[in-house]
Design a protein around this ligand. Structure first.
Ligand SMILES: [Zn+2]
Length: 255
C-alpha cells in the first residue's frame, strides 16, 4: 500500500478540462517533442513508455511509419509540433503561412487535438489559427517548477485549454534546473516535456547534444555517445517507475 498523500497517476494533454480538477489534479503528463528524430531514436523512447504502461502525449514533427506504432501504444495521444521558426527569421509572410504549416502537419496527424510549437513559438493570432484548425489544447507555456508557482491548466478564448509545463529537458540543462522530487510531484499537476534525442543520449549537458549533432540521424554510431551517469534518460526512467508504483497503489487501494 502506498502513502495516500503521494498518490497520483498519468494522463494525456487532450483529456484536461480546467473546470474538472479530476482531469488534471494529482496527474502527471509525460510529453515528447519529436523534433525530426530518427525512427530508432523515437523507438527507444517508445519502448520505455510501453514497458511502463504510463500515458503519454507525442507532439509530431514529420511523416514516419513510427506514427502507427505510436497510435497503437496504450493510452498514447498524438498531437502536432509545428515549426514556425522560418516565420520568425523572415519578414512576416502573413497568417496564411501559419495556416499552411499547421495544415500540413494535420494532414499527417488528422486526429490531433493538442499542439506545442517548436521553440514554444506563440502568439494571439496563432491561437486563432489553432482554433480554426480544430485544435483544442495548447502546451506552449514553460513555467519552471523551481519558480515556486503552483501550476494548473486554464482556458482562454474559444474554450482553448492552456496546459503549462513545469519541466523541459533541454531548458533544464540550460538553467541547471533540478528534477522535481517525488514529494514535489505529489498532489500536483505536472507536465514534463522530453525530447527522444535527449532520452537516447541520456543528455546531462548541452555540449553532449551539440557535439553529437552530426550523428543524430545515425543511431548505430550515436549510441556510443550515450552518457553513463544521471541524465535525461535515467530521470525519465525514474519518473516512469514512480508513476507506475503510484498508479498500482491506487489500483490496490481501490479494490
Ligand atoms: Zn521542438
Amino acid at each position: 500500500m502506498g502513502d495516500f498523500e503521494l498518490m497520483f497517476s498519468s494522463s494525456r494533454i487532450c483529456c484536461i478540462e480546467p473546470k474538472k480538477p479530476k482531469t488534471w489534479s494529482q496527474k502527471i503528463f509525460i510529453t515528447f517533442d519529436l523534433d525530426w528524430a530518427h525512427d530508432e531514436v523515437i523507438l527507444d523512447t517508445l519502448e520505455l513508455i510501453k514497458e511502463s504502461g504510463v500515458s503519454s502525449t507525442w507532439f509530431i514533427t514529420h511523416e514516419s511509419s513510427i506514427l502507427d506504432e505510436l497510435r497503437n501504444l496504450k493510452d498514447a495521444e498524438l498531437g502536432i509540433h509545428p515549426n514556425f521558426n522560418s516565420i520568425q527569421e523572415t519578414p512576416f509572410t502573413g497568417i496564411h503561412e501559419m495556416e499552411n504549416i499547421v495544415g500540413e502537419l494535420l494532414g499527417i496527424v488528422p486526429e490531433a487535438k493538442s499542439v506545442r510549437s517548436h521553440s514554444l513559438f506563440h502568439s494571439e493570432r496563432l491561437v486563432d489559427v489553432f482554433h480554426e484548425k480544430g485544435l483544442t489544447h495548447i502546451s506552449n507555456c514553460f513555467i519552471p517548477h523551481s519558480s515556486g508557482i503552483k501550476l494548473q491548466p486554464f482556458s482562454i478564448w474559444d474554450d482553448i485549454v492552456m496546459a503549462p509545463h513545469c519541466w523541459q529537458d533541454n531548458v533544464a540543462l540550460k538553467m541547471n534546473l533540478p528534477f522535481p522530487s517525488q514529494n514535489e510531484l505529489s498532489g500536483s499537476y505536472c507536465v514534463f516535456n522530453f525530447h527522444p534525442i535527449h532520452v537516447f543520449l541520456n543528455t546531462e549537458n548541452v555540449t553532449r547534444y551539440e557535439s553529437s549533432r552530426p550523428l543524430h540521424q545515425n543511431p548505430e554510431k550515436l549510441i556510443a555517445k550515450r552518457f553513463g551517469g544521471i541524465g535525461t534518460r535515467t530521470l525519465l526512467i525514474k519518473l516512469l517507475d514512480i508513476i507506475k508504483t503510484q498508479s498500482s497503489d491506487v489500483l490496490v487501494d481501490n479494490i
